[in-house]
Design a protein around this ligand. Sequence first.
Ligand code: HEM
Length: 147
Amino acid sequence: VVEWTVKERSIISSIFSNLDYEDVGPKALCRCLIVYPWTQRHFSTFGNLYDAEAIKTNANIAAHGIKVLHGLDLAVKNMDNIKEAYTKLSTLHSEKLHVDPDNFKLLVDCLTIVVAAKMGSDFKPDVQATFQKFLAAVVSALGKQYH
Ligand code: HEM
C-alpha cells in the first residue's frame, strides 16, 4: 500500500485541479504515439495516423487522450486504494485490449513531460517527485491484472 503525506496529497490535488484536460490529454497521448510508434497498433480504428501531423490533428485520438487523462481521476479520488480502483481498467487493458503493460510507463512519462512543460517554474523538485510517485502507483495498479 502506498502511503501519502499531507504535503503529497495537496500537491496531487493542486496539479489535478489546475489541469487543462482538453489540452494535456491529447498532447500526452499524441506524444506517446509519435515517440513510441508501436503503441499506434491499438488505435488502427481511430483513422489516419500516417505521420505526426496526422496524429496531432486526429479528433478520435484527441478525444481518447482526454478520456485517458480522466482515467487518472480514479487515482486522485482513491489515493488510499489505487490498486482496487483500477481493477476493472487493468482487466480491460490486459484481457480485452492486450496492451503491453510496459506501455503504461511510456504514456505516463509523456504525460509528465507535457505537464512539466505547462507548469514551467512551478514544476519544482517536490512536485516532480510526488507526481512521479503518483503515476508509478497508477502504472503498478494498471499492471495488476496481468498474469
Ligand atoms: C481505453 C485509461 C494506457 C490503449 C481506456 C479507457 C480508459 C483508459 C479510462 C476507457 C475505458 C472504457 O471505455 O471503459 C488508461 C490509463 C492509462 C492507459 C489511465 C495509463 C496511464 C493505455 C496505453 C494504451 C491504451 C499505454 C496503448 C498503447 C487503450 C485502448 C482503449 C483504451 C486501445 C480502447 C479505446 C477504444 O476503442 O475506445 N484506457 N489507459 N491505454 N486504452 Fe487505455
